[in-house]
Design a protein around this ligand. Sequence first.
Ligand SMILES: [Zn+2]
Length: 286
Amino acid sequence: MSDWHWARAAEGVPHSGPRPFGWQEDRITLHPDEANLVEQAISDRIAGKAVRGIAADWCDLGVTGTRGGRPNAQTVTQIITAPRVCGYRANRGELLLIPETGQPVHGQWEPIVMPERWHAVCATFSPGSLYLHRGSGAPRRTGQKRPTPRYLATGFLRCGALRPDGTMCRGALCAQKGRSRKSPYVYSCRSCGRCSISGPLADEALEQLVFSEAQGLAKLPPLMRDRWRSGEMELEEKRKVVASVVTRCIVRPGVKGAASWDHSRVEPLPEHPGRAGWRYAEPTGP
Ligand SMILES: [Zn+2]
């Protein structure tokens, strides 16, 4: 994402392109007829209606998309699961979150529904068909070689936010560009969008876990620790060290307005009772 794009996105300014279905050309004011359709579709979907049936209703009403296409199940799904329907800002398929708090960035446009309704309608779909997964209708990128992770904690972090039903999300936190000098990148949950953590904070916390708390439990060779701390160790090797110590870590959502970095938000995920997520749980004490 270019800096220009990012700055606009972070400010919640609508970006260019065809106007989104439900809003007028200014992209801020609701298009009354379309907004009503979207609101009704969200209600119908939450009540259990097949999205194909909603698309058929729209076709019967003569509705066309803002690019002139006929509505189908996929386009209706993209429209009603787009974060913008509740005022949340996303860019390139990623919900924008304030790194320090994990709270979504709000756009300047008029929302169609409350965030709870958007969460509820998203929950009626499998994650793979959601706007946040597929983007605004652009073809899915498949068959691409996985890029080498550029950050220490990539792949190790899981979302600790609670879903409306009280279960933990556990979605993978993915690195994305951050908004501040202190947090040039952040890790954010792409499943629920409710958890985000400053990238440097999470990497520091992970390093602390590996070397401080794990020390008594996991017996990392001192030589390894020295090489890491001297800066000789490449990222790839550091990631192997992490993988040898912890399997996954849960990241608790940040507290709004928290002034200082809270390293304790990152903790090993208990996968087996009593093992607390440590790969080598070898107590050294009696
Ligand atoms: Zn999540």
